[in-house]
Each structure stands twice: as structure tokens, then as C-alpha cells.
Ligand binder design. Structure first.
Ligand SMILES: [Zn+2]
Length: 104
């Protein structure tokens, strides 16, 4: 078991309280009826699957219930940082809330 820092609760909590919600920073087409099938299909189904750092959306579903973003290394599972959805990048104030993978 390891701990994840929730940027809303501002504390480390057990990984069991969190759920992965998918790739972060996806932008829904403004008007789905006017985009092509390919554009809509890309939005719905195609995701990057990087080896290394990946920005993901998670929820603190068994805690505050709110969503936030995580930068996680897909090779090591190590969480580099967490940050609020309204923050566009891990480079902002999230440096102070670096999660690491604390164990209990
Ligand atoms: Zn929380």
C-alpha cells in the first residue's frame, strides 16, 4: 500500500481511497455534431499510452470525492506529483505537493 497526496484535502491518504479516471487534459469538441467522425472517435477512444511520465485524472472517491490530476511514471508506478484540475501543468504550485510513493 502507498499513499497519494490529495490536493483538495491537502494530506496523504491510502491509495485504496482513489480511483483512476483516465487521461488528463482531454478537451471535448465544442460541438460534437459539427466535428468529423474521426475527430469524435479520437476524442472518445484514442489515448496516448506513454512509457514514462503520464498526466492522469484521478478521483478521491472514498474521501472528498473530488477530481485532480496526477503525474505518474507508467514504468515504475511512482507518482511524481498531484495538482488541481484548474492547474494546467505540474510545474505550478504542485512542486510543493510532490507525492512520491510513501509507504505506510
Ligand atoms: Zn481529497
Amino acid at each position: 500500500m502507498f499513499l497519494i497526496f490529495c490536493p483538495h484535502c491537502r494530506e496523504y491518504r491510502s491509495e485504496e481511497e482513489f480511483h483512476y479516471q483516465g487521461e488528463a487534459h482531454l478537451v471535448r469538441p465544442q460541438d460534437p455534431r459539427s466535428c468529423s467522425d474521426e475527430e469524435w472517435g479520437n476524442y472518445l477512444y484514442f489515448r496516448i499510452n506513454p512509457r514514462g511520465l503520464h498526466k492522469e485524472m484521478w478521483s478521491h472517491s472514498m474521501g472528498c470525492g473530488r477530481f485532480f490530476n496526477v503525474v505518474r511514471n507508467t514504468e515504475t508506478y511512482e507518482i511524481e506529483s498531484t495538482y488541481l484540475l484548474e492547474e494546467n501543468s505540474k510545474d505550478q504550485k504542485s512542486k510543493e505537493i510532490k507525492s512520491g510513493n510513501r509507504t505506510t
